[in-house]
Design a protein around this ligand. Sequence first.
Ligand SMILES: C[S@@+](CC[C@H](N)C(=O)[O-])C[C@H]1O[C@@H](n2cnc3c(N)ncnc32)[C@H](O)[C@@H]1O
Length: 279
Amino acid sequence: MKPENLLQQQSHFAFGKNWLDYARKIDEAKISQAMVDLRQLSGRQRFDGLSFLDIGCGSGLSALAAVRLGATRVTGVDIDPDSVKAARWVFAKFAPEFPAEFQVRSVFDMTAAEFGNFDIVHSWGVLHHTGDMARAIKAAGALVGPGGEFYLALYRKTPFCGMWRGIKHWYSKAPPSSQRRARRTYIFLRKTALRMKHQDFDAYVQGYARRGMDFYNDVHDWLGGYPYQSIDPDTCHALLTRFGFEVDREFVRKSRWPLRGLMGSGCDQYAFHRVRHVA
Ligand SMILES: C[S@@+](CC[C@H](N)C(=O)[O-])C[C@H]1O[C@@H](n2cnc3c(N)ncnc32)[C@H](O)[C@@H]1O
């Protein structure tokens, strides 16, 4: 790994440790859920014959879902060596015969000359954690082949993003005991909010199926995910248009509730396709 990446990683939350923990929880039900959600985002039933690049691959679950959907060339990169370790472990367990390639790499150090182009570039919940979201989107988009597709999930801008940036900065550097206390507080507030809506917390956690993720790992990831940026859909569209893409579908939140974002900004999801090359 290049020295500047090592430095960059030291200012990052230790995402990979959380993915190593989560990887042990992956089972066929979680893989099926990840496939359902990847199908929905892509608008495709199958990825037969397609190449798939997952930037910020985390546990490798999305890459595995792409394999199960028929992708023939699958590459995953992540800046955190523990994420790459988790993804390799998940593939050794669930797709040992598939020749997926996982590398420790920052999106900022990837070029089409080295990696080639991909039919699909997928980066879920990643590019807002790089410290320079717009440059990261451009770098990831440059790996999408002509007519290829670019699937993104990015934190939605809310009035509480400044507060969360401060909390995340603190949490990502805090000792494990303080992190545990912060998680307990957050979960208590979550429970209270659910109770006010007459919802049961245990049922909520059990039914927490989003992309096959786990509620408790997601709480740690949410509280610690630093660097942190966010974006609204209009700004995202304008940026992607500038980089040569058109939107195919999007799953963006419509709520105008004034306290929206108080407990978390949540990710908006977008599927774009390349219409022109931008140098
Ligand atoms: C919130 S996790 C999302 C993981 C996975 N995409 C998923 O959906 O479960 C963000 C991931 O992005 C990785 N990451 C952060 N900055 C990165 C960069 N500059 N290049 C590549 N990966 C990066 C982190 O190490 C982490 O594994």
